[in-house]
Design a protein around this ligand. Structure first.
Ligand code: URA
Length: 438
């Protein structure tokens, strides 16, 4: 088999066999395919797509590129949650300790930022000392002992996804349903999860803006789950405005801590409890999602989830004093405000522009392996639907560099739309697949 032939085959719209996909992924994992050829292949997939069979073959090849964890000796279903990527999406930081505190083991392989969206690993690494580069044995041990561990892809776990993810991030090949589905599901399969909750983001700040595409992604991942005998539920949720108020790694961590203390933005708390409730029901811990949501609301209120988060951070080397005093987390040197140009109702906060501006400030990457500035980002002062007066502060920009600050401000031009009439309220949830029996 020759890589060039397979690139041309896909470029010309033909279907690849499972063997051909397996060959591409295993050779790429072994560094036998250069980035320029893999980038060309990814771009061909971006334009020509993959059919259902090809998507399953890619998922399996990515999962099998490293070790496959088996948690069957644990005697209970292991849960996992993954978002398809959004701006300000810190739900995992709240949901994971909540679900673990409810007695369901959470074993998560998380990603770094992708395109203009943030990643759980980057957010956690803003805690001094925290490490997500766990050996597989340590990951399993922590899940067994604490009910919670979060690790990044390593050379041992889904290494092919790690390499492809980094390449897609910088080659404009993120926004493809098959590539997203295979990337997410391969990590879930390799991490040994039996109950999987997928948060499929839809809107300006997501990779998929269109309703049909978002539901197609949700269905594709549920189908892959069925084929490999895992319990999977996809919830399609809104990503037109950033989730919560904070965008940027340490800023989002602080906000997640506020939610765990019961003082955070309502949308982040609501979604964490809603999705967590589905996960408890999927894992068989409760009879239905509503019962799960009641359990989780209690664990948030009584501080059990915050304690679980602290235990988790400590067990992965993080400095817990930063969680008790978030002012110890990285902070930017410059804070600049954006003000309302007129009075009225906020109709739009373009999440994509906010995500790109945060990336420009240094919260994300434009080239592979670029170092992250954990302290920078954007904190909104209002959400869509709020009434604002002229000169009210709409957002705080946290920066460390005047030049980057100015580029971010340019990107943010036109992000906030203000009008006289109140807008229709934005739904937070668009659908659940498959419909969940209550
Ligand atoms: N999250 C992932 O892990 N992969 C994607 O492709 C998108 C979001």
């Amino acid at each position: 088999m020759r890589v060039l032939d397979l690139i041309i085959k896909k470029r010309d719209g033909e279907n690849l066999t499972a063997e051909e996909i397996e060959f591409l992924i295993s050779e790429f994992t072994r560094d036998n395919i250069p980035d320029y050829q893999m980038s060309a292949f990814l771009m061909a997939v971006y334009f020509q797509g993959l059919n259902a069979k090809e998507t399953t073959a890619l998922t399996t090849a990515l999962a099998k590129s490293g070790e496959m964890i088996d948690f069957s000796s644990l005697g209970s279903v292991v849960a996992d949650k993954h978002s398809s990527g959004g701006v300000g999406d810190k739900v995992t930081l709240v949901l994971a300790p909540l679900v673990a505190a409810a007695g369901v083991p959470m074993a998560k392989i998380a990603g770094r930022g992708l395109g203009f969206t943030g990643g759980t690993i980057d957010k956690l690494e803003s805690i001094p000392g925290f490490s997500a580069r766990l050996p597989v044995e340590k990951f399993m041990e922590l899940v067994r002992e604490n009910n919670l561990a979060i690790m990044a892809q390593t050379e041992r776990l889904t290494p092919a996804d790690g390499k492809l993810y980094a390449l897609r991030d910088v080659t404009g090949t993120v926004e493809n349903i098959s590539l997203i589905a295979a990337s997410i599901m391969s990590k879930k399969i390799a991490a040994g999860a039996g109950a999987i909750l997928l948060d499929v983001k839809m809107g300006k700040g997501a990779f998929l803006q269109n309703r049909d595409e978002a539901f197609h992604l949700a269905e594709t991942m549920v189908r892959i789950g069925k084929e490999i005998d895992r319990r999977v539920v996809s919830v399609v949720t809104d990503m037109n405005q950033p989730l919560g108020l904070a965008v940027g790694n340490a800023l989002e961590l602080k906000e997640a801590l506020a939610v765990l203390r019961g003082e955070g933005p309502a949308d982040v708390e609501y979604l964490s409890i809603l999705l967590g409730g589905y996960l408890l029901a999927l894992a068989g811990k409760v009879r239905n999602p509503e019962e799960g949501q009641e359990v989780l609301s209690r664990l948030l209120k009584n501080g059990a989830a915050l304690e679980k988060f602290k235990q988790f951070v400590h067990s992965q080397g993080g400095d817990v004093s930063c969680l008790e005093d978030p002012a110890l987390l990285p902070e930017a040197k410059i804070i600049k405000t954006i003000k309302a140009s007129k009075s009225g109702y906020l109709h739009e906060i373009d999440a994509r522009k906010v995500g790109i501006a945060a990336t420009i400030l240094g919260a994300g990457r434009f080239v592979k392996n670029q170092a992250i500035d954990f302290s920078v980002g954007i904190v909104l002062n209002h959400k869509i639907g709020d009434m604002v007066s002229e000169d009210d502060i709409l957002a705080y920009i946290h920066a460390n560099n005047e030049e980057l600050l100015n580029s971010a401000l340019n990107e943010l031009a036109g992000t906030f739309t203000i009008a006289e009439e109140a807008p229709e309220p934005l739904p937070l949830v668009y659908g659940v697949i498959p419909p969940f029996p209550s």
